[in-house]
Design a protein around this ligand. Structure first.
Ligand code: NAI
Length: 413
């Protein structure tokens, strides 16, 4: 089946972007060499639905070189890069994706991808799994299982698992140390600010930044905002996370209070309606609202639209909403995850770890599906440790090792 992309002539810059990340993903390269030598995925079809930018493209190429028939779609209508999609098609992969897909096109692309009847799926946010459990049960005939990239997708999987409805084994790649400790914290921390700064071209220094959610992403976002010279306020619903935020040196208050004083708001909760109309009404003139959580539901857009007396494009990827009191609220990237919809996503060195986990998670499903039930699994700790060893060596660091005596003392054997 033919690929559907915006324009194959864009491929040149896509190839450049992919070669650039290739040079910065040593762990994935080392794992990819071994998978290629063994032709681990020979004859298998893998459907990858992950934000389609250069790092994802490189993961897809690694799987392709390891023998897989790889079908690629985006996992969000605004995060696909058309040049990268074109480069993948030139390299012989099948792609259904373009930037700015409507919701209908987005799901149409996912359905086209599932028409290939995958053996393994790599999902990001849970839309492929959702389709397979609702309208596309027909596409499950070869399915051994899959892997999930992000917290929100894992939460959705746990919902299905708890209800006894999950129809195949899924690895929560997100829950490996080599994923969330680095990707969610340092990746989101850096790329969220990259996205906000390149989109607004405004200062962060001296601003009051409100970070909603102090999970792994929120911690990274708050840490980097502090480093950029902002005064950081955290909002939370979990008292333990709130104490962590206080002890990390941040102010903590409810959103109702933070709304009155914040200049830049970033939501990273995985929850919905975190910033609502009642908060927007009390915001200062010119505030910036951005979301870095998986779905565009954290900032209540319908309420913002209903409140506004005027709506205009303030700058590329920034919509201005004027409220009856004359205050303008600036929403970045339609409230979709700002680091991908208004940036290039996480740095390649970070995605090196995440996609090393993904490649080995796909291999794990291939080799262990028969002994797994229809549940959510985390990869064995040795796989995490193995990835960390390769990464550490690639960065030029060495560490100590335990002696036999020390292992005994620590009761490790
Ligand atoms: P997490 O579960 O570690 O943290 C979420 C935090 O938000 C929790 O501490 C929770 O108590 C808090 N929270 C929930 N509802 C809230 C509310 N109404 N107000 C304030 N706080 C609230 O999750 P993690 O890993 O930090 O992920 C957060 C979101 O970011 C998810 O949607 C995840 O899929 C997404 N994500 C986005 C990435 C990106 O590239 N933009 C990368 C990785 C994850």
């Amino acid at each position: 089946m033919e690929s559907i992309i915006r324009d194959i002539k864009l491929a040149k810059s896509g190839h450049e972007k992919i070669s650039w990340v290739d040079r910065h993903m040593p762990a994935l390269n080392a794992i990819g060499d071994k998978l290629k030598a063994d032709q681990t995925f020979k004859g298998k079809t893998i459907c990858v639905s992950v934000h389609l930018e250069a790092k994802t493209a490189y993961l897809a190429e690694v799987l392709h070189r390891a023998g897989a028939n790889v079908i690629v779609t985006g996992s969000n209508p605004l995060s696909t890069q058309d040049d990268v999609a074109a480069a993948l098609v030139e390299d012989g992969l099948t792609v259904y994706a373009w930037y700015g897909a409507t919701d209908e096109e987005y799901f149409d692309f996912l359905n086209k991808s599932l028409d290939h009847h995958p053996d393994i799926i790599i999902d990001d946010g849970g839309d492929q799994v959702h389709l397979l459990h609702t309208t596309r049960a027909d596409a499950m005939e070869n399915l051994l299982g899959g892997t999930e990239e992000t917290t929100t997708g894992v939460n959705r999987l746990h919902g299905l698992d708890k209800a006894g409805e999950l129809k195949f084994p899924m690895v929560a790649a997100n829950d490996s140390y080599c994923k969330y400790l680095f990707d969610n914290r340092y990746g989101t921390g850096q790329s969220t600010w990259d996205g906000i700064m390149r989109t607004t071209n405004l200062t962060v220094v001296g601003k009051k930044v409100v970070v909603a959610g102090y999970g792994w992403c929120g911690k990274g976002c708050a840490m980097r905002a502090k480093g950029l010279g902002a005064h950081v306020i955290v909002t939370e619903v979990d008292p333990i996370k709130a104490i962590e935020a206080v002890f990390d040196g941040f102010e903590v208050m409810p959103m109702a209070e933070a709304a009155k004083v914040g200049d830049i708001f970033v939501t990273l909760t995985g929850d919905k309606d975190v910033i609502r109309g009642e908060h927007m009404k009390n915001m200062k003139d010119g505030v910036v609202l951005a979301n870095a959580g998986h779905f565009d539901v954290e900032i209540n857009k319908p309420e913002l639209e209903a409140l506004a007396v005027r709506h205009f494009e303030a700058r590329h990827n920034i919509e201005g909403y004027e409220l009856p009191n004359g205050h303008v609220i600036n929403l970045l990237a339609e409230g979709r995850l700002v680091n991908l919809a208004a940036g290039d996503g996480h740095p390649a060195e970070i995605m090196d770890l995440s996609f090393a986990v993904q490649a080995l998670a796909a291999k794990y499903i291939l080799e262990h599906h028969a002994e797994l039930g229809n549940h959510v699994y985390v990869l064995p700790h040795e796989i995490d440790t193995e990835i960390a060893k390769i990464k550490l060596a690639s960065m030029g660091y060495a560490i100590d090792t335990l002696s036999e005596e020390q292992r005994k003392y620590l009761n490790l054997d």
